[in-house]
Ligand binder design. Structure first.
Ligand code: NAD
Length: 290
């Protein structure tokens, strides 16, 4: 399949490389000067999109997606699919999809979970919003870049699933870290805490699969000096998107708001920038109630 790929950063680069490795003809474009094995680089986003059956975007935010969409949609052939895998606000996803559909294209919003490791290993999960016809065309690409693609309904629903998932993740990671700190202060061994919680009703992905305490549970960024992993900055981005969405639809999300405020403090006022989002645990260790 002829594919245009725009945004070849930490995630897009390895995703595009996997498509090329699987035999697809991939033409890429990035603002930065990047080279990816097996990818022919174009001089503009529009050139990368010309003649492609699917144009994939993997960009930092909704404003950039809107700008790139303005450029690529007129260059795409009728019936082609615009497949955005970035994490962006639901409104931008729905507006770009409407713009693409008005131009005779299929549009999918398909944000991912699995991070840079999942992008490199081809084990991402895609949460997909958009029309069935587009999903059917893109399915073989999801199978190469990931291990699972869930069709969540119409345009924007992929982004909705992603930000709801990450709102739960942010809140449970904070709850797990503060509980470890309380347990420490009560004299409970961390291993005992893990053994109980990971098999009791407090269990979660944050505790069981990504334990924020070094040396406990399966290997996680805590065992690597809290190098990301999933950076606290990216968690903050997703929590802000969930708060923006909650405001738009008047949803009451007090835990999500508290998680967002705490990650903002951690990243913007403390030492959270560039650290894994599970570094909330050492943050709590240094604090009391005051
Ligand atoms: P990144 O900053 O490494 O890559 C973004 C790329 O887009 C860069 O190479 C940049 O040069 C390029 N770019 C920016 N503006 C452009 C434009 N106008 N035209 C062409 N290229 C442009 O970011 P990333 O980590 O690859 O993340 C990409 C998206 O994936 C984000 O929306 C992020 O939230 C999401 N995401 C990231 C992770 C992760 O662990 N990194 C996990 C899940 C989802």
């Amino acid at each position: 399949m002829k594919i245009g790929f725009i945004g070849l950063g930490n995630m897009g680069g390895p995703m595009a490389a996997n498509l090329a490795k699987a035999g697809h003809e991939v033409t890429g474009f990035d603002m930065a000067d990047v080279k990816i094995e097996g990818i022919k680089m174009a001089g503009s986003a529009a050139t990368a999109a010309e003649g492609a059956r699917v144009v994939i975007t993997m960009l930092p935010n909704g404003d950039i997606l809107r700008r790139v969409a303005d450029e690529v949609i007129p260059a795409m052939e009728t019936g082609a699919v615009l497949l955005d895998c970035s994490t962006v606000d639901v409104e931008s996803a729905r507006d770009v999809a409407a713009q693409a559909q008005a131009a005779g294209l299929s549009a999918l919003d398909a944000p991912v979970s699995g991070g840079v490791g999942g992008a490199a290993g081809g084990t991402l999960t895609f949460m997909v919003g958009g029309d069935e016809a587009g999903f059917d065309i893109a399915r073989e690409l999801f199978d190469i870049m990931g291990q699972k693609a869930v069709h969540c309904g119409p345009s924007g629903n992929g982004q909705a699933a992603k930000i709801c998932n990450n709102m739960i993740l942010g809140a449970t990671m904070i709850a797990t870290c503060e509980a470890f700190t309380l347990a420490d202060k009560l004299g409970l061994e961390r291993q005992a805490m893990f053994d109980v919680v990971s098999t009791s009703s407090g269990y979660s992905w944050s505790m069981n699969a990504y334990c924020p305490a070094p040396g406990i549970g399966p290997k996680s960024p805590a065992d690597n000096g809290y190098q990301p992993g999933f950076a606290a900055d990216l968690m903050l981005k997703d929590l802000r998107l969930s708060q923006q969405a909650a405001e738009t639809v008047d949803a009451d999300t007090p835990m999500g708001r508290a998680a967002c405020d705490l990650y903002a403090e951690f990243v913007e006022k403390e030492d959270g920038k560039g650290r894994d989002f599970s570094a909330m645990l050492p943050r709590f260790e240094t604090r009391g109630r005051g």
